[in-house]
Design a protein around this ligand. Structure first.
Ligand code: HMG
Length: 434
């Protein structure tokens, strides 16, 4: 296995920086920027939001061992939860050794919606819009989406939906389909819809109520597939059962999908993408058949275990925070992606891999063991241990975990209390090891 980041998890932070430098992933200035805590200058924050008083810092890590569509990729993840980065890396290592990951995006267009709350002549409404749709598309491309047209995108289609209202009247919805190229597209599609408001009103004689993009982008779906060869039949069967559980039970589906999003959200955040928009779209897609269900499916094919993910993952690689925030720019550099579609495919792959990592743990040793192994450090710090006390408290907590199979903050507080009591009752030379 010729992999530059093998053994990365065993390195100290300084060694990790050296590795990123020697492999050319980051420059010395970028490493120094990260080492000193990242973005400090509040004037950039002022450009993003209102009433700024500071930054909220999240840890940024990199998950290793990923080979997606035959390409080695280091995955930047901004997240606060212990074990996500480790589990992603561990599972990617398994797949790298015994299988492969392939991805694709089906479709190009994002969707904008124009609402006519109450249609007066609903039978005529669709007819008029559809008759004039080519002219509406041409006008929108000429007046608003000309930048996208130059890059091979722009408004491509217009559809009409008529919905039944609870009061017996009809609501009209115009769907404007836009190929936003490498932009997430929210701004341009909202502008296109607002531009079309007036021509639609004058063509139909109806009154437009509102215009906004939809986050349920069924016209552009990102898909990922993991194939693992020669999987232990018992493990494969358990993962298949776990998958079925999430498919048919919304209570389990919600938690399963949280595990998938453990892989997705940290990349969205690291690259400055709108994770609320993706979350909204993903959950709506998970409920598209009328009941909330799993975003992933795992099944056996002979001795193979196959996993599939699909959902709308609308992201951008140009514009917005992605190109303005220096840490997001660095994350994009680490990923070395060339298009929004490629970024979306990587995100889908990591979500699916993350799901497999959780399912494997859940159906074998349980989630507590690995999670807690890594969570011990948080508990140690949470209990208030000082630097020199940390190794002792961690070791004791590992022993308690191995013995009782569970551990909590109160264990950490208790261990620390005992240690301090022990220290205060002994002369200095007998307690110097802590
Ligand atoms: P382990 O077997 O102790 O790991 O697993 P290992 O020491 O044998 O190392 C194997 C590889 O894991 C390493 O390979 C690393 O890549 C990675 P190497 O690079 O060394 O050749 N790794 C680490 N990377 C960085 N720092 C570390 C580290 N440790 C291992 N400290 C592990 C330990 C936690 C990975 C494992 O127990 C595991 O995968 N557990 C699952 C944890 C998980 O899924 N966490 C997500 C949060 S849980 C949740 O919220 C979602 C859930 O509700 C979803 C659902 O219900 O579906 C569960």
């Amino acid at each position: 296995m010729n992999e530059p980041f093998q053994g990365f998890s065993k390195l100290t932070r300084q060694e990790r920086y050296q590795k990123l430098l020697s492999t050319g992933v980051l420059s010395r200035e970028e490493v120094e920027y990260l080492e000193h805590g990242g973005l400090k200058d509040l004037s950039l924050g002022e450009k993003f939001i209102e009433n700024v008083i500071g930054y909220f810092q999240l840890p940024l890590g990199v998950a290793t061992h990923f080979r997606i569509d035959g390409k080695d990729i280091l995955i930047p993840m901004a997240v606060e939860e212990t074990s996500i980065v480790a589990a992603a890396s561990k599972t990617a290592k398994w797949i790298r050794e015994s299988g492969f990951i392939q991805t694709r995006v089906d479709g190009h267009e994002i969707i904008g919606q124009i609402q006519i709350a109450v249609l007066h002549k609903y039978d005529l409404f669709s007819k008029v819009i559809l008759e004039h749709k080519l002219r509406l598309i041409e006008m929108a491309n000429r007046e608003v989406a000309f930048g996208l047209v130059k890059r091979g995108g722009g408004v491509t289609d217009i559809n009409v939906r008529v919905l039944d209202r609870p009061d017996g009247l009809k609501m009209g919805i115009v769907h404007v389909m836009v190929n936003s190229c490498d932009a997430m597209g929210a701004n341009v599609i909202n502008q296109v819809c607002e531009f079309l408001k007036e021509p639609i009103e004058s063509l139909t004689g109806e009154k437009v109520t509102m215009c906004i993009l939809s986050n349920l982008v069924t016209s552009k779906i990102t898909k990922a597939e993991v194939v693992l060869e020669k999987v232990d039949p018992e493990l494969a069967a358990k993962i298949e059962e776990a998958s079925l559980f999430a498919e048919i039970d919304p209570y389990r589906a919600a938690t399963n999908n949280k595990g998938v999003l453990n892989g997705i959200d940290p990349i969205l955040i690291a690259t400055g993408n709108d994770w609320r928009a993706v979350e909204a779209g993903v959950h709506a897609y998970a409920a598209r058949k009328g009941a909330y269900s799993s975003l992933t499916r795992w099944f056996r094919e002979g001795s193979r275990l196959v996993g599939r993910f699909e959902a709308p993952l609308i992201v951008g690689t140009v514009g917005g925070v992605t190109t303005l925030h220096p840490t997001a720019k660095m994350a994009m550099k680490i990923l070395q992606v060339e298009s929004a579609n490629e970024l979306s495919r990587i995100i889908a792959a990591v979500g699916l891999v993350q799901n497999l990592g959780a399912l494997k743990a859940l159906t074998t040793v349980g989630i507590i063991e690995g999670h807690m192994k890594l969570h011990i450090k948080n508990l140690t710090l949470g209990a208030g241990a000082e630097e020199k006390e940390i190794p002792y408290v961690q070791k004791r907590l590992e022993e308690i975990l191995a013995l009782r199979k569970r551990i909590s903050l109160s264990n950490a507080i208790e261990v620390l209390r005992e240690l301090r009591l022990q220290r205060s009752s002994k002369p200095d030379h007998e307690t110097h090891h802590v």
